[in-house]
Design a protein around this ligand. Structure first.
Ligand SMILES: [Zn+2]
Ligand SMILES: [Zn+2]
Length: 305
């Protein structure tokens, strides 16, 4: 039900349609108005066409994996939690090695450390980064890799189409000056139409390129600092509380906060991208979910309700 509700999010559906439309439009303009006219007499025509379409194919594969993969939803309990006895239950959980587990009052379930509730998906997501309308899904522990790969290939496609459009435009201006421009027939597209397509694709490439590069950088920083944007915000708020107000509640909250273990950057990257070769990080291949502190995240603790 929750995943269906997520799919029905109007903003997410619009963003999905916009993503597919932008990809197919870019491919249409690059093939029809850039590669074929500018490189028709050389091997570059087939080469540019093949490489650009390969990047788009990988982009769409990573995107669909990010859209349809489980981001790491915390399973709902079969029986409801008895909220009247939460304190003793949480101490019992700590005794069983489930330290840091909390209770979500909206899902009415126990959740592992670093899991947060998403209001759009209406479920708790393990190591939730954020809810992304562009994939109409949460970015969490199990699909962050696909999301970052999608950003990477979108950045590559934007840069590639930018270079292709600029070079085709320069070629067109040069050949016009030299009087080599192909004689316009009734079937050939008008000059204004070509220029309009070039401008639209340039704007699309710059906008998407800059947008994904900023998010890509943020994602890498959050991985190597081992802190999701939600945790960054929470930690900042806690520090603010600690420095300004010295209320007992905020102090106890701040002292209860346990910083994440300081792991090497490569180990943190491997937790997201998998333990195989670095080359495999480029492909949307399934890797087994990571385990933290001996607890497999896919299992619920052995609690009594
Ligand atoms: Zn929840
Ligand atoms: Zn979500």
């Amino acid at each position: 039900m929750a995943s269906l509700r997520c799919r029905r999010d109007p903003c997410g559906v619009i963003c999905l349609i916009l993503t597919y439309f932008s990809v197919f439009y870019a491919d249409y303009v690059v093939i029809q108005y850039v590669v074929i006219p500018a490189y028709s007499d050389s091997v570059w025509c087939a080469l540019h066409g093949a490489v650009f379409n390969l990047i788009l194919l990988l982009l769409l594969a990573c995107h669909s994996k990010a859209v349809f993969s489980d981001p790491g939803m915390v399973p709902l309990p079969e029986t409801a939690i008895d909220f009247s006895d939460l304190r003793s239950q949480s101490s019992r959980m700590n005794e069983r090695g489930c330290e840091g587990w909390t209770v979500c009052s909206r899902c009415e379930t126990y959740r592992p450390p670093r899991a947060h509730h998403c209001r759009v998906c209406q479920r708790c997501i393990r190591r939730m980064d954020h809810h992304c309308p562009w994939i109409n899904n949460c970015v969490g522990e199990l699909n962050q890799k696909y999301f970052i790969q999608f950003l990477f290939y979108t950045g590559m496609a934007s840069l590639y189409s930018l270079v292709l459009v600029v070079s085709a435009w320069v070629w067109r201006i040069r050949s016009e000056r030299e009087g080599e421009s192909e004689k316009e027939t009734d079937e050939s597209p008008s000059k204004h139409l070509i220029v309009a397509h070039y401008i639209i694709l340039l704007v699309e490439s710059v906008l998407f390129g800059v947008f994904v590069m900023v998010i890509f950088y943020d994602q890498l920083v959050s991985i190597i600092t081992d802190e999701t944007p939600i945790e960054q915000m929470k930690n900042r708020l806690m520090l603010k509380d600690r420095s300004s107000a010295s209320s007992p509640a905020s102090l106890s909250q701040a002292t209860n906060h346990t910083p994440h273990t300081r792991k090497p950057k490569l180990a943190l990257l491997r937790e997201v991208f998998g333990r195989g070769s670095v080359l495999f990080w480029l492909f949307p291949l399934h890797t087994s979910p990571p385990t933290v502190g001996g607890i497999t995240y896919s299992a619920l603790p052995d609690y009594d309700v």
